[in-house]
Design a binder for this molecule. Structure first.
Ligand SMILES: C[S@@+](CC[C@H](N)C(=O)[O-])C[C@H]1O[C@@H](n2cnc3c(N)ncnc32)[C@H](O)[C@@H]1O
Length: 375
């Protein structure tokens, strides 16, 4: 998702975003950092870089961390936590690295103030990320706090909801544009239609969130934050959206309806109960985005007939549409028997998934697209 994420950042005002593995790096002032936390649909977190250094042996980590004046930024009565991603032969146990970094920080406070900030694992004032790749170490402040997929709008969810950031990312990858009809035939709690409606109306995904980690930083500018929040209303659009959510389960649809009503999007998203295998499309063109049940809870043999049915239904009744299907079950995806135009590997939380995109051409069926020849 890094490519579309960099595109999104550029649209939000980031200059020269540089794509890295599972992230994008760039320079921003506080104004931009606040805006990004509020407006980015694809970010999980934004980190502010603090320090980078190289080490030769494990104990060098202590001195590297200690070389930064943490006492200038963190209040002695504040709390912190260290998260870590450590891929290094120097540390068999990543927790040991985090422990060394913690000791370096608290020792600095102790020697200066004879007091130290406490560690709070649950709700700290500062979340510090320590990354070690081989001998290269970096430390960052997490500016977001709770991951940004926690939008704060979903009241309830079905058994296997899609992560909100992933839903938004799939919509970006699909190149859906809000003037086109959008159909989620297996909408569950309604995440994909909701993310689409928020995009179409230019409503920031985090507008319901009350807390971001940067609000506890000493340089937090509450007037700037208020101005950024106030601008939201001026930016909102009121287009005629054609967004449809269907589901075979009455109970799941009730959850979607509750979430959508809570957001006051019930006039923008149409919901109805339907079995996708019997569905007549509510428009003659558009984009289908679908997150069918997959293998974690259901065995593949139960899924194969469903996915075969999905392929047949797309071929028969959805000519003129683009269709995007995300699933973690590769065997089930193959049973769709259509050749994907695009393929992506994405993660729903920890679960590795594939997103396959299909173009359903009108008229004479091009044999090339009839079966999935790919391994
Ligand atoms: C993985 S969940 C979708 C989760 C959803 N994206 C969300 O964020 O909550 C799969 C959904 O497909 C629905 N479903 C299963 N078979 C179906 C069918 N034949 N027609 C329509 N919906 C179906 C299930 O009821 C379930 O809500």
């Amino acid at each position: 998702m890094e490519g579309v994420f960099a595109e999104e950042l550029a649209e939000l005002g980031v200059e020269n975003p540089v794509v890295a593995t599972r992230g994008v790096t760039f320079t921003a002032d506080n104004d931009l950092l606040y805006r990004l936390n509020l407006w980015s649909r694809l970010a999980l977190r934004f980190y502010r870089h603090v320090i980078s250094f190289s080490i030769e042996k494990a104990s060098d980590l202590y001195d590297g961390v200690n070389s930064h004046p943490w006492w200038r930024e963190i209040g002695v009565d504040q709390t912190f936590r260290i998260d870590n991603t450590v891929y290094s032969d120097l540390f068999n146990n990543p927790l040991y690295a985090a422990q060394l970094a913690k000791d370096a920080i608290v020792d600095q406070f102790r020697s200066r103030f004879n007091k130290r900030p406490s560690v709070d694992k649950e709700n700290p004032d500062y979340i510090i990320l320590l990354t070690i790749r081989g001998k290269e170490c970096s430390m960052y402040y997490d500016s977001s706090g709770e991951a940004l997929f926690k939008r704060g709008y979903r009241l309830k969810a079905v058994a296997a909801p899609i992560n909100e950031v992933l839903a938004a990312g799939i919509l970006k990858l699909s190149r859906w544009n809000p003037t086109q009809p959008l159909i989620d035939p297996m909408c569950g709690s309604g995440t994909i239609p909701i993310e689409a409606a928020l995009m179409g109306m230019n409503i920031p995904p985090a507008f319901s969130r009350q807390e971001f980690a940067f609000m506890k930083w000493p340089d937090f500018d509450r007037f700037l934050w208020k101005r950024i929040k106030d601008e939201v209303f001026k930016k909102q659009l009121d287009p005629e959206l054609e967004i449809f959510g269907f589901d075979i389960s009455e109970a799941n649809l009730a959850i979607a309806a509750e979430n959508i009503k809570h957001l006051r999007l019930h006039k923008d998203i149409s919901l109805a109960r339907a079995d996708f295998l019997q569905l007549s499309p509510p428009a003659d063109h558009g984009v289908v985005v679908m997150n069918p049940p997959y293998g974690q809870r259901l065995k593949t043999e139960h899924l194969i007939p469903l996915y075969q049915g999905i392929g047949n239904q797309l071929k028969k009744n959805f000519q003129g549409f683009d269709a995007w299907i995300i699933s973690s079950d590769l065997d089930a995806l193959k049973a769709i028997s259509l050749k994907p135009r695009s393929k992506y590997t994405l993660y729903n939380g920890q679960l590795e998934c594939r997103l396959h995109g299909f173009s359903m051409f009108r008229g004479t069926w091009n044999r090339r697209f009839e079966t999935d020849q790919t391994p």
